[in-house]
Design a protein around this ligand. Structure first.
Ligand SMILES: *Cc1c(COP(=O)(O)O)cnc(C)c1O
Length: 395
């Protein structure tokens, strides 16, 4: 049976949309690849001309508009707007949809900077946020107030790769007349299409899988025409518009989104299964493994289980340090979603400010290693992991 949100007969598939989605009809002599329109402003003329004022902070530069249309096609939403980063996508969504005195209910499992924005920055501006255990529908409901406007979810989560079902959260939000926004960066539209599951506002750090080459910072908000208009208005006021070159790179990345992510999914599943059989490894976290707490939800909702994989080394923090130092092919770096495999330890990166005891409670003990699996040959990746695991056995 088709997964919820998958393509219906007659609709172009994700690969086709990644190449052609949102494109305009070409005439003989037109370039096959949209040129980079590296211009801040555009001739206006007179009030009698077609009236739209074009300016590259407004989001109506041709590169911004073209990649926005492609992303809307990929997400299955009416419209999408590209912004200068994933964080500006989230921040402008909040600015567009809430005001001082209003309230947000958010999952406690959030990307570190999103958590800081919601927990520290917004309250200073008079917007209150309640964090809930995303696993517990009753907690979501209990957190609602008369002033609640926005519900915020993220999945899969960093770094334990929890996959929360957005459908019950969407049902609760809609019953209360609220908007559900979801950061689906770790999935990409290849693995998950949140709009088809009831999510009103889909947010991505396009820096990751969408652009896919670790060479651009960008974000996207995909939603209804009305919400995208409001987010675009916030972008015009606060200013985080993307550069035309960044939009062009994002479009270039999207052309191979499906083939990249499929390969990353295959590589990640192969490595996850192999790691599960290794004595140096205490635990492997990958939604595609039956041992993962959310395997059933992931199998129902996702097509492919993503390119992110985490594991815990039996030897703890020292073993993880030795493992990282021993890697020859995989690169030790934060961020994710690029064609190259990147490895990090959350205790040094996303969770550097969190105490060891709190990290343990969150399921991120010392020895926890996160891998953004790339598109390299999986045998080379496996061999690198195997040789780097060697030193972790030392007492
Ligand atoms: C990276 C990331 C962000 C922030 O994106 P930037 O492009 O770095 O601003 C937000 N959410 C998630 C889940 C991310 O991985």
């Amino acid at each position: 049976m088709a997964r919820p949100g998958r393509k219906r007969p007659g609709e172009p598939g994700i690969s086709t949309l990644g190449v052609h989605g949102g494109g305009e009809e070409l005439r003989v002599g037109d370039p096959v690849v949209p040129p980079i329109v590296q211009s801040a402003t555009f001739l206006w003329g007179s009030p009698d001309d077609d009236g739209e004022l074009r300016y590259s902070r407004y989001g109506n530069n041709p590169n911004q508009a073209q990649v926005g249309r492609k992303l809307a096609a990929l997400e299955g939403t009416e419209e999408a707007v590209v912004l200068s980063s994933g964080m500006s996508a989230t921040a402008m969504t909040v600015m567009a949809l809430t005001r001082t005195g209003e309230h947000i209910v958010a999952s406690e499992h959030l990307y570190g900077t999103t958590k800081a924005l919601l927990a520290e920055e917004l309250p200073r501006r008079g917007i209150e946020v309640t964090f809930v255990d995303a696993d517990n529908p009753r907690e979501w409901r209990r957190a609602l107030r008369p002033t609640t406007r926005l519900v915020f979810l993220e999945a899969p989560t960093n770094p334990t790769l929890r996959v929360f079902d957005p459908r019950p959260v969407a049902a609760m939000a809609h019953e209360a007349g609220l908007v559900l926004a979801m950061d689906a960066t770790f999935a990409s539209p290849v693995n998950l299409r949140p709009a088809a599951l009831g999510v009103d506002v889909v947010i991505h750090s396009a820096t990751k899988y969408l652009a896919g080459h670790s060479d651009v910072i960008a974000g996207v908000v995909a939603s209804t025409r009305g919400v995208v208009k409001e987010v675009t208005r916030a972008m015009r006021l606060y200013g985080p518009a993307p550069d035309p070159m960044a939009c062009w790179l994002l479009d270039r990345g999207l052309r191979t989104l499906d083939v990249r992510v499929r390969r990353q999914n295959e590589n990640a599943l192969t490595l996850a299964r192999w790691l599960e059989g290794r004595p140096e490894v205490e635990r492997v976290l990958y939604p595609g493994l039956e041992s993962h707490p959310d395997h059933a939800v992931a199998a129902e909702l996702m097509e492919g289980f993503g390119g992110m994989l985490s594991f815990v080394l039996a030897g703890g923090g020292e073993a993880a340090d030795r493992f990282m130092a021993g890697l020859e092919l995989m690169l030790v770096a934060p961020s994710l979603g690029g064609v190259e495999t990147l490895v990090s330890q959350p205790r040094y990166t996303s969770h550097v400010g969190v105490s060891r005891a709190d990290r343990e409670r969150m399921g991120i003990p010392d020895g926890f290693v996160r891998v953004s699996v790339g598109v390299e040959d999986v045998e080379d990746l496996r061999a690198d992991v195997e040789q780097a695991l060697g030193p972790t056995r030392r007492p």
